[in-house]
Structures are given as C-alpha cells and as structure tokens.
Design a protein around this ligand. Structure first.
Ligand code: SAM
Length: 261
C-alpha cells in the first residue's frame, strides 16, 4: 500500500515555476551522474511534472522525471502524457522507483499542506531515505498561481534551508508568505518562534527600503536581503537569486523551537 492519503488534486500551469528554477541550479542536480527527479503528488493533471521535465531538461537534457501519485485515477489520467524521459507511477512517501533506484531530487509541493503538522517528520524521513547520496528533498507550498511560494530543502542530515520566493511587482509585505509556509512552519508564525522573528524583520527591511521602488522592486528586494545579512540573519549570498525575488536562509535560523532531526 502506498504510504499517505489521497488529498485534493488542485494544480495549475506554471504554478511551480519558481521552485523548478531553484531546483535547476542545485549542485545536487547539476552534478548528478544520471539525474532522476521525482514529482511526488502531481495532482489532478500531468502539468507540473511535464513542466519540471522541460525546465530541468534545459540544464541536463537526459534528466528522467517520474510523476508519483497516490490516487490511481490520477495516475491513469496522467499516463497518457508519458513521453521519453517522463513517466507516471502509483506510489506514496515510500517513493517506489524502478530497479530500486534512488532519486536525485524529490519535489513535493502542496502535498503536506493537507496533512497534519505531526505527520511531517515521518513523511520527510520516508522520502529522504529514498534519495541517492547527496540528494535533496524539496518540500513546500505556494499559492494557486505560484506568485507566493516557500520551501525547505532536506538532505540525509536534515533540513538545510528555507527559501522564500515572491513575485515582487505590487508586493505590499513579504510576510504574505506566512500563509504559504511549509507545513513544518506554518503554525509557528507566532511570537517566540524564530520564523515569526524572521518574517517581522523581512517586512521591516522591505519597508525601510521602500524608496528604492523607484529603481524597480528587485533593487528593493536586494537591499532588503542585504539588510537582513547586516542584521545577522544567515541569508545565503546571491544577488543573482535575490533579483528573482528569492531569499534563502539557513534552517537553524527559522527552525521551530525544540526542533531536532
Ligand atoms: C494539491 S495537489 C498538488 C499538485 C501539485 N504538486 C501542485 O503543487 O500543483 C496534492 C496531490 O498530492 C497527492 N498526494 C497526497 N499525499 C501523497 C503521497 N503520500 N504520495 C503521493 N501523492 C500524494 C494528492 O493525491 C494530490 O493529488
């Protein structure tokens, strides 16, 4: 029996573009000998799996992508969209792969959102155990159109970072992402929790740099990221990522109180 439960299948074209773009630059993906990427819980249509294959194929043309779904009806429907390098399979958090192969990357977006917080770690452990050495689980949430997104990357030694990725045009407050945090953090945006402090500071620096909007929202976001670095937040350096509306911070700086791997 696949591990997990069938949940709502909501998905959409281009919804996961921000996370696809981030995965495409991951060293674990770029340097893999034979990259095998799993799109776990692709939902009611094959769309996000096909898009993932297309985007990653620009970097590694021979990438193989497996769409994995726990709902047999959704697998049957998606299977007609299979093509060289893309196939669709029934499965859950145990991540069944042909020949017992391990995955380079497992992406699970908008899957754990519909589970309980207490179920997150078991799901992470299952998925991480199916990664090849150096592989990465990318688990997170986004809004319907993908303009507000966040995810955690988890390796064999535990979670590494939290990434926030936002469409900057017309952005009022970056803490809008609070509604779309990964399940492990979404209930932790409360006083006393580090992710709450982080979002407060993110908003504060965004406001402090409001005048830079005249040069475009990317300049304002870059200044916001620099402000957070100066304030001591372990934000990963990278103007080239910041200008896209991304910001990646070390997991330890936002982990729930009492978190242990
Ligand atoms: C909201 S949809 C997300 C679709 C797509 N990933 C997206 O972000 O647009 C969640 C899907 O995950 C599937 N799902 C839930 N638990 C799963 C599990 N343990 N293994 C595989 N699929 C699962 C559900 O059946 C549902 O189709």
């Amino acid at each position: 029996m696949p591990i997990g439960s069938i949940t709502r299948g909501t998905t959409g074209t281009n919804r996961l573009r921000r996370v696809d773009r981030w995965i495409a630059q991951l060293p674990a993906f770029r340097r893999a000998t034979d990259p095998l990427v799993v799109d776990l819980g692709y939902g009611a249509s094959a769309t996000t799996t096909l898009e993932l294959h297309q985007r990653l194929g620009r970097v590694r043309p021979k990438v193989e992508v497996v769409g994995l779904e726990i709902d047999p009806a959704r697998v049957k429907l998606a299977a007609i969209s299979a093509r060289p390098g893309v196939r669709f399979t029934l499965g859950g958090f145990e991540v069944p792969l042909p020949g017992g192969r391990s995955a380079t990357i497992i992406r699970a977006l908008n899957v754990l959102r519909q589970y309980r917080e207490s179920e997150v770690f078991a799901a992470w452990y299952h998925m991480v155990s199916r990664l090849e050495p150096g592989g990465v689980l990318v688990e997170g949430t986004c809004n319907e159109v993908g303009s507000v997104a966040s995810w955690v990357d988890v390796a064999a030694d535990g979670p590494r970072t939290l990434t926030v990725s936002l469409r900057l045009a017309d952005l009022e407050r970056p803490s809008i992402v609070a509604e779309r945090l990964p399940k492990v953090l979404i209930h932790r945006n409360v006083p006393g929790e580090r992710v709450h402090e982080f979002l407060l500071d993110l908003d504060r620096h965004w406001q402090l740099n409001a005048s830079l909007s005249a040069y475009g929202p990317s300049q304002r976001w870059i200044a916001t990221a620099k402000g957070l670095v100066e304030a001591g937040w372990p934000v990963q350096a990278g103007r080239s990522r910041w200008k896209l509306g991304e910001l990646t911070v070390d997991w330890a700086a936002v982990a729930p109180r009492g978190f242990a791997w």
